[in-house]
Design a protein around this ligand. Structure first.
Ligand code: CP
Ligand code: NVA
Length: 302
């Protein structure tokens, strides 16, 4: 695997390879085994948006693999003063062994890969969040024993998380549904691609979309960069909440996942988050294991 730009670029076999390695690395870590697979390697981490999980899990992850991370803020980089991505990519490729980037436009991530010569890992864009969904798939697989044939429903804004969940879920043989208000559906090309598999449903109705779901997923109503729309979005999304009523439509043993950070009382009720805290915080833990696997498979010697 050369890069992780979006899940659409990966085959089901490649996704399975990441999940399998993530499981191995997780088991080894629990036994205190640390393998310096990336000894001497440096990962640059460019963050144009805030982060708790992504930053800490990548930084700890590369350290545990024997390498080091450099936190690169746009406030300090020349990229923040307008140096072109083409130049930044070519320069950083001469120092680093990989770059993780969190930014706004997906094109910036794709351009880093196009002009640079080292692996690029997408740590979230407005379009997608592949690292999160790899951890989500790992969490579902370990708790449900597999992925194929399960139904996953995403409730809320058709944002970066919705886009990656649809692609990841469909690629791994799941049935995926989204409950989104009109005008806030996921990316139209992704919906079209998913629809052609016959395993995707898009509905405005929570009851219809959640019906029989094995996994119920939600995310914030206003993503990073949409702070100005937050008040308006609170009105539009007020019924798109994972609460006791929403869960009454799901399968009895349904899991609840949330990429975090969560807004209790908005997209998820406080009692639902607490009832499913084991799953949700294991999901957050799995960011570390899944990303270590991604780094090994992209930055490792092969
Ligand atoms: N879920 C997630 O990506 O969290 P952070 O924004 O804290 O990195
Ligand atoms: N949709 C959210 C995800 C945060 C992990 C955002 O982009 O802010």
């Amino acid at each position: 695997m050369k890069h992780l730009l979006k899940l659409g670029d990966l085959t089901p076999v490649e996704i399975t390879e990441i999940l399998d390695l993530a499981d191995v690395l997780k088991a080894e870590r629990k036994q205190g085994i640390k393998r310096p697979i990336l000894a001497g390697k440096s990962l640059g981490m460019i963050f144009q948006k805030s982060s708790t999980r992504t930053r800490v899990s990548f930084e700890v992850g590369i350290y545990e693999l024997g390498g080091q991370a450099l936190f690169l803020s746009p406030r300090d980089l020349q990229i923040g003063r307008g140096e072109p991505v083409e130049d930044t990519a070519r320069v950083l490729s001469r120092y680093l062994d990989g770059i993780m980037i969190r930014t706004f436009a997906q094109s910036e991530v794709e351009d880093l890969a196009k002009y640079g010569s080292i692996p690029i890992i997408n740590g979230l864009t407005d379009y997608c969040h592949p690292c999160q969904v790899l951890a989500d798939l790992q969490t579902i697989r370990e708790r449900k024993g597999g992925l194929e044939g399960l139904k996953m429903c995403y409730v809320g804004d058709g944002n970066n998380m919705a886009n990656s969940l649809i692609v990841g879920g469909i690629k791994m043989g799941m049935n995926v549904s989204t409950a989104c208000p009109k005008g806030y559906e996921p990316d139209s090309d992704i919906m079209k691609w998913a629809g052609e598999t016959g395993r995707y449903l898009c509905s405005e109705s929570i009851e219809e979309a959640v019906s029989g779901a094995d996994v119920v997923y939600t995310d914030v109503w206003a993503s990073m960069g949409q702070e100005d729309e937050a008040a308006e979005r609170k009105k539009i999304f007020k019924n798109y909440c994972v609460n006791a009523e929403t869960m009454s439509y799901a399968a009895k043993d349904a899991m609840v996942l949330h990429c975090l950070p969560a807004h209790r009382g908005e997209e998820i009720a406080a009692d639902v988050i607490e009832a499913h805290a084991d799953e949700i915080f294991e999901e957050a833990e799995n960011r570390l294991h899944a990303q270590k696997a991604v780094m090994v498979l992209t930055m490792g010697e092969g």
